[in-house]
Write a new protein. Structure first.
Length: 99
C-alpha cells in the first residue's frame, strides 16, 4: 500500500530492516525548502536508521496521521511504513522534489 502526501511517499513494508534506529526528536519526515512548511507525523514516533531512512510503525488501534500546512491531514493505517522523498527528472539530473 502507498500513500502520497505532497512530495512524500509512504510505502508499507513487511518489517523494519535490520540495524540500529533512533527516534527523531521532531516528527518531521520532510521539510519544505521553499515554504518552510513540513510534513509531520502525528501520533507515532519517527524512526531513523544509520542510512538516514525514516520509518513509522503504526499499531492497530493507533490514530496516526501525516499533516502539512498546504496538503491537509491524512490518516495512516496500521502497519510498518517507509517514508520516501519524491524525486523528479530534469535534463541536468534527478533531484528531490522541492516543496
Amino acid at each position: 500500500m502507498q500513500i502520497r502526501h505532497g512530495d512524500v511517499l509512504l510505502e508499507t513494508i513487511e518489517k523494519l530492516p535490520e540495524g540500529k534506529y533512533e527516534t527523531k526528536k521532531d516528527s518531521v519526515v520532510a521539510e519544505g525548502e521553499v515554504t518552510g512548511h513540513a510534513h509531520r507525523i502525528v501520533g507515532a514516533a519517527v524512526l531513523q536508521n544509520q542510512l538516514n531512512e525514516l520509518f513509522i510503525d503504526v499499531g492497530m488501534d493507533a490514530d496516526v496521521r501525516i499533516s502539512h500546512e498546504e496538503h491537509g491531514t491524512v490518516k495512516i493505517p496500521a502497519g510498518t511504513w517507509k517514508t520516501i522523498q519524491q524525486q523528479e527528472y530534469t535534463p541536468e539530473r534527478i533531484q528531490r522534489v522541492v516543496d
